[in-house]
Design a protein around this ligand. Structure first.
Ligand code: PNW
Length: 484
């Protein structure tokens, strides 16, 4: 049917008093070409990548002189992880990295975000570094270079050395200096091979989740005042590490971090709702992103905490808010905000029971998260260089007898998020790259191997890797530099 016919026909029918015009419009639109079939382009230099983290994929926990991390201790403590599962073997990537680099070549990614295991480099937290594992990472990096894949390195993706936890971990300010020392050492050894550095991954997850009763290692539930101080130690560690990276690099270094901004988006796109979301996002991220980007805690954060407010000096704030070369945002979900005449001026909308989610119950599906989160970060704080350092979806994937994994729900999620990302980029939101979480199924922290985030299926008994249908989807997005 051609479109003109329909318009003409619709006009004729509209004259009829019997049919309401809204029905007519819906009827005629059904026959228009689907807009989604026209690929929406990304800019020519947009960086496509995938992401992993050391403890979730490496395994080989006793190889190369590695010390224990808090995740070894936690996962070996009965009742802490799903089915008592641990990262002892995980994806065995310590040995299988050449195969995983081939998977990345198949996808055509330009960049790979991975993390270095702190307990491999400083098995006892401080004192002598372990050269064996520096050599391991050199081999991985050389292989990536041969494959023409740019490494993007996270220095700490939650695997704090147990030796430091024994002295209080992030609740002890000495840990901040130990982290900076570790960061400086790694950068002095690897800055010829790595340009892009991220200090840490997701403060809220490993601090509030690990020390505030949230089910992450080390599994503590500290009194509020101590928890608040642990938050401050973590952002101080970040700032000290930014300084250490810059001081130790023998080659150009670009420094940032990866933070899962606790999202807020306007429930409706009008000025009042957008304003409410801006205020909400700034307050909700007060202990981390806001203090890092503004160099001060918000008045509301300090007032609400009262005697539990963090103790800091002006020098601490200066260190915490070192300028960054880029800002990485992990985007999974967000929460709608409405304006309110309460004291805060906004209200988070509780999610209705029917709100869709992934296999992970916290992962509420809302594609607009990846439009609004970077947009609001750029608008509120004037950040010019944003990367989406994680985005992904967990699914109850099934490996079929014919060897296929047809994860159409993950494809639906990725397509809709990437369409919203394309919308943001085409409107000028300064996002320069996207790292899909994750290259392959892996140890999903307290959920063990029960939640699969990979675009490659892993049989954890045999370590056989099978690209899922979503990896073909992503490969096509990368090849076309467009989503449709
Ligand atoms: C991130 N939440 O964690 C981590 O950086 C990854 O290591 C992890 O595997 C991935 O996302 C998937 O979970 C998050 O509750 C964990 O909102 C929980 C939340 C967000 C991110």
């Amino acid at each position: 049917m051609n479109r003109r016919f329909f318009l003409k026909n619709a006009a004729a029918l509209a004259a009829s008093p019997l049919l309401p015009t809204t029905t007519l419009r819906a009827e005629s639109e059904k026959h228009l070409p689907a807009i989604a079939s026209q690929p929406r382009p990304f800019p020519p230099n947009f960086v496509w990548g995938t992401a992993t983290a050391a403890y979730q994929v490496e395994g080989a926990v006793h190889a190369g002189g590695r010390g224990l991390s808090i995740w070894d201790t936690f996962s070996h403590t009965p009742g802490k992880t799903f089915d008592g599962e641990t990262g002892d073997v995980a994806d065995d990537e310590y040995y299988l990295y050449p195969e995983d680099i081939r998977l990345m070549q198949r996808l055509g990614v330009r960049a790979f975000r991975f993390s270095i295991a702190w307990p491999r480099i400083f098995p006892h937290g401080t004192s002598k570094p372990n050269a064996v594992d520096i050599d391991h990472y050199k081999r991985v990096l050389d292989r990536l270079k041969e494959a023409n894949i740019v490494p993007v390195c996270t220095l700490c993706h939650w695997d704090l050395p147990q030796a430091l936890q024994d002295k209080g971990g992030w609740a002890n300010r000495d840990t901040s200096y130990a982290f900076a020392h570790y960061a400086g050492y790694v950068v002095s050894q690897l800055s010829d091979r790595i340009t892009y550095w991220m200090t840490m991954n997701e403060f809220d997850s490993f601090i509030d989740g690990g020390y505030g009763g949230g089910g992450m290692a080390p599994g503590l539930d500290l009194p509020l005042g101590q928890l608040v101080q642990a938050r401050q130690n973590a952002v101080l560690a970040h700032g000290l590490a930014v300084q250490a990276i810059r001081a130790s690099a023998h080659h150009p270094a670009k420094v940032g971090l990866a933070e899962d901004i606790s999202g807020a988006m306007p429930a409706i796109e009008d000025a009042a709702h957008i304003h409410a979301a801006e205020v909400a996002i700034r307050e909700r991220n007060a202990p981390y992103t806001t203090v890092i980007l503004e160099g001060r805690y918000t008045e509301q954060y300090l007032r609400k905490l009262g005697r539990n407010a963090p103790k800091f000096t002006a020098e601490d704030l200066r260190i915490i808010s070192q300028p960054l070369d880029f800002f990485g945002i992990n985007v999974y979900t967000t929460q709608e905000v409405i304006p309110s005449d309460n004291q805060e001026g906004y209200e988070f909308v509780p999610r209705p029971a029917t709100y869709p989610h992934a296999q992970s119950k916290w992962l509420f599906v809302n594609p607009q998260a990846i439009y609004w989160t970077p947009k609001l970060v750029a608008d509120i704080w004037g950040v010019k260089n944003i990367y989406i350092t994680e985005n992904g979806y967990s699914s109850a994937d099934v490996l079929r007898a014919d060897g296929q994994v047809l994860d159409t729900d993950r494809i639906m999620y990725l397509r809709n998020y990437l369409l919203q990302l394309q919308r943001a980029v085409s409107e000028g939101v300064p996002v320069h790259g996207y790292f899909l979480w994750s290259l392959l199924d892996n140890f999903e922290w307290a959920h063990g191997y029960s939640q699969r985030f990979g675009i490659t299926y892993v049989d954890f008994k045999t370590q056989v890797r099978t690209p899922k249908l979503s990896s073909d989807f992503y490969r096509r997005v990368i090849a076309e530099n467009a989503v449709g």
